[in-house]
Design a protein around this ligand. Structure first.
Ligand SMILES: [Zn+2]
Ligand SMILES: [Zn+2]
Length: 135
């Protein structure tokens, strides 16, 4: 399953309803909600990827209590770590980058405070030298 499909699946699993309608020449109309309960948010974007991204963000904004809404960071799949060579791909988990590069803190959700090392993921394999995280 690719990332956009996965976000929609997550929304569905969370019982969050959404509609992505495409209008030729007008991009995509994206609606969060459903006919029964009303739509809580709506936008118009140019690409399908933008539509899914907007939905993921809108779902978190409008349904923060939805416990099943598991993925809040689609950059690292909430692992907190991305591939050092490909900063938009998770370093761990089912979609982990296969290039063999080292892990790096996710630039979207795991930015360490100044002078602090990012928290280590479980099973962290890369050795950090005594001087701490390199900059
Ligand atoms: Zn990589
Ligand atoms: Zn992240």
């Amino acid at each position: 399953m690719d990332q956009t499909a996965r976000v929609r699946q997550d929304l569905y699993n969370s019982e969050i309803n959404c509609t992505i309608a495409s209008f030729w020449d007008a991009g995509f109309r994206v609606l969060l909600g459903d006919d029964l309960h009303g739509f809580v948010a709506e936008t118009r974007v140019r690409t399908f990827v933008d539509a899914v991204q907007w939905l993921a963000n809108a779902a978190v904004t409008h349904y923060p209590e939805s416990a099943a809404m598991t993925i809040s960071c689609t950059t690292c799949d909430d692992t907190g770590w991305v591939c050092e060579n490909h900063l938009d791909r998770p370093w761990d988990g089912p979609r982990a980058c296969s290039c063999g590069g080292a892990g790096a803190p996710c630039p979207a959700c795991n930015v360490p405070a100044e002078g602090e090392a990012a928290p280590m993921p479980e099973g962290f394999r890369v050795e950090i030298d005594k001087d701490g995280w390199r900059h």
